[in-house]
Write a protein of this length. Structure first.
Length: 226
């Protein structure tokens, strides 16, 4: 066990045996959990731990809360042949304590879910505001661009976590070059034969060179007021 997993001095320790044992108190042979007292194995019933329920290791918050709420608890360990040491398997706690801990953890999950939803809503509002400002900047730089087209470009380029130019640092600052790149990308895909060239196997750099004049023509038109 790691230092973090090792039982504390005042912990009750229960062993998950690799094979059946005979209880030194009642003489019953079983393969369940045992507790050593005076170096002799005892079944849980004989040591008054049989009313506890097993909680496997893995959920730190649940284990911490269950042990805190449980008047009586025990650490369960098992010998690892591979590591040549005892390792923690979980804990034994009172059933009501486990139920309370589960309720508390579920409440935390609900809280985190609500926080994530509020964060998502906040990001959505931020996206809408950013896209609105970006559309306005597109129309300012390219007054000949239709307002609906400007909105479509801004929505596409300004989506959070999209990796598109509108979400770059320059894009968020609405720098002219970044906004222009977003406009060019839209023109390239919607107003030229660029996509068809790519589908035909034309290398991207060559395809862009072929449609450069078309892009420049549209840009010139959009730079002039309607």
């Amino acid at each position: 066990m790691s230092p973090h997993d090792e039982p504390k001095a005042d912990d009750l320790v229960v062993i998950s045996p690799a094979k059946a044992f005979t209880c030194s108190d009642c003489g019953t042979t079983e393969a369940g959990l045992l507790r050593l007292e005076d170096d002799a194995p005892h079944c849980l019933e004989c040591v008054d731990l049989d009313h506890l329920v097993f909680l496997p290791a893995g959920n730190t918050a649940l284990t911490r809360r269950a042990r805190k709420a449980s008047t009586l608890s025990a650490v369960v360990i098992r010998w690892s042949r591979a590591r040549k040491r005892y390792e923690r398997e979980g804990v034994l706690v009172e059933s009501p304590a486990l139920e309370l801990a589960e309720e508390q953890c579920l409440a935390d999950e609900d809280l985190r879910a609500r926080q994530r939803e509020r964060a998502r809503e906040k990001r959505a509002v931020e996206d809408v505001d950013f896209q609105r400002r970006m559309a306005g900047e597109i129309v300012r730089l390219f007054p000949g661009c239709d307002a609906d087209r400007a909105e479509a470009i801004a929505e596409h380029a300004g989506t959070r976590s999209s990796g598109r130019v509108g979400r770059s640092a320059a894009g968020r600052a609405l720098e002219e070059n970044a906004v222009t790149l977003a406009v060019v990308a839209s023109i390239r895909h919607l107003d030229t034969s660029y996509d068809e060239l790519l589908m035909a196997g034309v290398p991207r750099a060559e395809a862009r060179e072929r449609i450069r004049a078309q892009v420049d023509e549209v840009l010139d038109q959009w730079r002039r007021p309607r």
